[in-house]
Design a binder for this molecule. Structure first.
Ligand code: ZN
Length: 295
């Protein structure tokens, strides 16, 4: 394997396969610089076909000093509370700069592109199932075309979701010294008993529809990325105890609203009068109540 020009990767032949060249989405310049300097060793190359595209994934072992402590800028920013939601992808207690030069945000919405793709995918899946003939030994050309379209959109959605998630998690670990999150309950994610943002209940699933589909694998993946990227930037990850209900408690006075449901978008505190977006209140609670895990 070698890089063939600025954005080309030459895959050697073998096993009856001729050699071929693939065009790269990203410039390999950073990686070639590291390998030329002897700081990185490419250990494997995997080529796979996903939907309509070929994917070449290059695995390299890179020697790099990890920072002992967060930067001054990170320390000044301190801790951020992150509420992973259904309506908005993320609601934060403190601002985050996603794109250089753009104003910082407190809410990260699902990219429009992602929602459009998800909508197209839902439509393509309906067409596909309509064309499916049960019991047939061979499906129609129309069905096969629809099936190919579904596969293509699936791959596109996965790629777009991944790009969006990686940007968010990268910015979080770059800009804060500590990230506070809810405790991820993988069991709760499939049960419908409780209706918190991290584990939406049955009604939520129906109501949120499209958003739910998009975010289905989002919670676990964002958590996973934050955990491993935190180590690269000396960031600590803090978790809210599972018994604490961040979306049902007033972050100002601690009053608990047991009648609060996911349908209530605004938190009205009956004790101190605080009125705030439900997820923003949750993000403050997560920031205030998360416990730093001892490494
Ligand atoms: Zn209150």
């Amino acid at each position: 394997m070698r890089f063939d020009g600025p954005r080309r990767l030459r895959i050697p032949g073998g096993g009856g396969q001729p050699a071929f060249t693939v065009r790269l989405h990203q410039s390999p310049r950073a990686l070639t610089k590291l390998t030329n300097d002897g700081r990185a060793v490419i250990t494997s190359l995997t080529v796979a076909r996903e939907g309509h595209r070929w994917h070449a994934s290059v695995l390299a072992r890179i020697t790099q000093e990890l920072p002992q402590q967060p930067t001054r800028r990170q320390r000044a920013a301190g801790r951020v509370g992150v509420d992973l939601g259904v309506k908005a992808a993320l609601v934060l207690s403190d601002p985050l700069t996603l794109h250089r030069g753009a104003p910082p945000v407190l809410t990260v919405d699902n990219p429009r592109l992602l929602e459009n793709t998800a909508r197209k995918l839902a439509r393509a899946q309906r067409i596909m199932s309509r064309r499916y003939v049960k019991g047939a030994t061979q499906q129609s050309q129309g069905y096969l075309e629809a099936k190919a379209k579904v596969a293509k959109l699936h791959a596109q959605l996965a790629a777009r979701r991944s790009t969006a998630q990686h940007l968010i998690t990268k910015r979080l670990v770059q800009q804060y010294a500590e990230i506070a999150l809810e405790t991820l309950n993988t069991k709760g994610m499939t049960s419908s008993a409780k209706g918190t943002a991290a584990k939406p209940g049955k009604n939520v699933r129906q109501k949120a529809g499209l958003n739910r589909a998009i975010l289905d694998v989002g919670f676990a993946e964002i958590n996973r990325q934050i955990e491993y990227k935190a180590r690269w930037h000396a960031v600590t990850v803090a978790r809210v105890p599972t018994f604490f209900r961040s979306s049902k408690t007033c972050h100002q006075c601690g009053w608990s609203d047991t009648a609060q449901t996911l349908a209530d978008r605004t938190f009205h505190c009956q004790a101190c009068g605080m009125i705030m977006d439900r997820d923003a209140n949750a993000a403050y609670n997560i920031k205030n109540h998360a416990v730093t895990r001892q490494a």
